[in-house]
Write a protein that binds this ligand. Structure first.
Ligand code: F6P
Length: 357
């Protein structure tokens, strides 16, 4: 039999199950005698040998299901250090379990951290195929990751919902969106949700300019403003500091998040009543959007083709509107940031949206 291992690693997102289903259905269709092994909770399951042989019926009814039926773990190496399992040779264990499971290949669904480990396992001789997952859209070498569009829909809806209450009260709403160190989600949601100010990690801001933009709107008769801020955003002064130092300074000033910091500044410098909203993990919840169902299915089916062609050491990617692959060694350890001259940034600026820069 052809034994295909699958694991999902890192933060979950809508579309993981749609990819798993895509791989499975296409693999059963394209090849004879396929057996799919579901590894539990990402790399943690691979290290500890926790897995189950999947049945065809396991892949039914999961296209629309959020999260991951295989479970996931975040930074398993770090967590193992915390719980005192740092004596375990993780790479050795993963290789041994791969052999024990008699795998012909291993599909690894995850983001940047996950791909680094996937590249390492490929170097160690395992037949690995990556699949680009994250709501942050920050994976190098692919135009889009699955999960991004579903999160974008949720973030956009949050901005829509806040518009009516902001307008009724004449308030400033500071909405903090996910995205880790990048601003993809905030940039796109900000445009889709009609934000007035968009703050991204890639374009450090001047708080004075943010306050001035709010004031300008108030003076033109618009008493409310919506500020979409990426969780990783920073002021121009903060940008000169290392991340750790930046966060330490912020905590010292009594703020937990960048959104609290901006809200305090804007309120004290404009006199406008300000509220903070953090949609948080709601952005990773629920069913994949239609876009993500299509993308995930395409990615999954493409991965099955790669298995059939015995093409390993690669990760699936979308370039233009074509599904293709990159070598893991070419993309691992790199991140995809919003370029300062991204066309979407220019579009937003042309629409009068302020970036506080
Ligand atoms: O990478 C996805 C993401 O949701 C980021 O946007 C966010 O910074 C992080 O994960 C949150 O991590 P956790 O799920 O561990 O709280």
């Amino acid at each position: 039999a052809k034994r295909i291992g699958i694991l999902t690693s890192g933060g979950d997102c809508p579309g993981l199950n749609a990819v798993i289903r895509g791989v499975a259905k296409a693999a059963y269709e394209l090849m004879d005698d396929v057996e799919i092994i579901g590894i539990q909770d990402g790399y943690r399951g691979l290290i500890h040998g926790e897995y189950r042989v999947m049945k065809q019926s396991d892949f039914s009814g999961i296209l629309t299901l959020g999260g991951t039926i295989l479970g996931t773990s975040r930074q398993p190496f770090k967590q193992m250090r915390v719980i005192g399992e740092d004596n375990i040779d993780k790479v050795k264990n993963m290789k041994e379990n791969y052999q024990k499971m008699k795998l012909d290949c291993l599909l690894i669904l995850g983001g940047n951290g996950t791909h680094k480990t996937a590249a390492l396992l490929a170097e160690e001789g395992l037949n690995v195929i990556g699949l680009p997952k994250t709501i942050d859209n920050d994976l190098y070498g692919t135009d889009v990751t699955f999960g991004f569009h579903s999160a974008l829909n949720i973030a956009t809806e949050a901005l829509d919902l806040l518009h009516t209450t902001a307008a009724s009260h004449g308030r400033v709403m500071v909405v903090e969106l996910m995205g880790n160190k990048t601003g993809w989600l905030t940039l796109h949601a900000g445009i889709a949700g009609g934000a007035d100010i968009i703050l991204l990690p890639e374009l450090p801001y001047d708080p004075k300019k943010v306050a001035a933009a709010v004031k300008r709107r108030a003076e033109s008769g618009k008493a409310f403003s919506i500020i979409a801020v990426a969780e990783g955003a920073m002021t121009m002064d903060e940008a000169k500091l290392k991340r750790k130092e930046r966060l330490r300074q912020r905590t010292e000033q009594g703020f937990h998040t960048v959104s609290e910091q901006i809200a305090a500044y804007v309120e004290s410098h404009t006199g406008c009543e300000t509220r903070v909203v953090v949609p948080g993990h709601l952005q990773r919840g629920g069913a994949p959007s239609a876009y993500d169902r299509v993308l995930s299915t395409r990615f999954g089916a493409y991965a099955a083709r790669l298995i059939q062609a015995k093409k390993f050491g690669v990760t699936v990617a979308l370039k233009g509107n074509v599904v293709t692959e990159n070598k893991l060694s070419d993309i691992a350890g790199k991140a995809k940031l919003v370029p300062k001259d991204d066309q979407m940034v220019q579009v937003a600026k042309d629409m009068g949206i302020s970036f506080g820069d």
